[in-house]
Design a protein around this ligand. Structure first.
Ligand code: 6GU
Length: 270
């Protein structure tokens, strides 16, 4: 995978992408990263690339020509016009499925905006994808591009070791991860859940699955709609639903109980 990042702050990208698993993958040659400084393509004597917005309003707008020239210089070098992702809070919200799809590309270009945005006309010419990383506003596209490169890189063959690859599968099943514990067995009076010390792999797997279901229900009920539930999953969720409110190991609110009754009723039918 070859990444190209069009930005006014290339050093921010270079500093952010040199560590840990991504740094290792770049050293191995599985990933390359090239930053393209939009300022170098300024068409004005003073090196500026922004101007006032037509129609008025606060802030400045990045001009079309320097952005377009940056992309054209790259596409001439590559011999074709690669996919270009414009990072914007107005885009589709990034998720694991999109990470997998982007990981199939040979080259990916990220365009990082600043100020109040980029002249719409150049976006119409060069952007193939408009992507946001969530419902909050950031000062520029640099951090979002790094977030995307991190998660896309994990999906590139060879980037994760076999041991690391396992982590991916849990989100693929649309459930949140179960909790993890390591030594000591008792830490500041808090014991590790006994089932994990039992050596009974079947019970450990069941407990972890129950924890994943419970956590997903609690934090991300929206994900529950797409989870494939088997007989044992439904039995667990039925138990959680039927227990008295706020008692036992898996407390839920009345609202969560209503949600589960509805979910279990639907799943019984299908
Ligand atoms: Cl992609 N850009 C900016 N500026 N803010 C964001 C974002 C992107 N995604 C969420 N907030």
């Amino acid at each position: 995978m070859n990444y190209y990042v069009m930005t006014l702050f290339p050093e921010m990208i270079e500093q952010g992408m040199n560590t840990s698993i991504i740094g290792r993958a770049m050293a191995k040659g599985l990933l390359t990263l090239t930053t393209l400084n939009i300022r170098e393509y300024s068409v004005r004597g003073d090196g500026r690339i922004d101007d006032y917005p037509y129609g008025g309003g606060a802030g400045m707008v990045m001009q079309a020509e320097p952005v377009c020239r940056t992309y054209e210089s790259l596409s001439e070098q590559l011999g074709y016009r690669p996919r270009l992702i414009y990072l914007t809070p107005q885009g589709r919200v990034f998720n694991q499925q999109m990470a997998k799809e982007f990981a199939q590309e040979k080259d990916l270009v990220f365009l990082c905006g600043h100020y109040e945005g980029i002249d719409e006309r150049v976006l119409e010419e060069i952007a193939t994808d408009f992507v946001s990383i969530g419902d909050y506003v950031l000062t520029g596209g640099e951090l979002p591009s790094m977030v995307m490169m991190d998660s896309i890189s994990r999906m590139v063959p060879g980037v994760l070791s076999n041991q690391e690859s396992g982590e991916t599968e849990s989100f693929a099943g649309n459930l949140l991860e179960y909790p993890q514990y390591s030594r000591p067995e008792v830490w500041r009076g808090k014991a590790v859940p006994p089932v994990l010390l039992s050596g009974h792999h079947g019970n450990v797997d069941r407990w972890r699955r129950d924890q994943s279901l419970y956590r997903t229900l609690k934090s991300r009920p929206d994900l529950m709609e797409d989870v494939v539930l088997d007989k044992k999953d439904r039995k667990f969720l039925q138990m959680v639903t039927d227990q008295p409110e706020m008692e036992g190991e898996y407390p839920i609110t009345e609202e969560e109980a209503r949600f589960l009754r509805k979910l279990l009723a639907i799943r019984k039918k299908t």
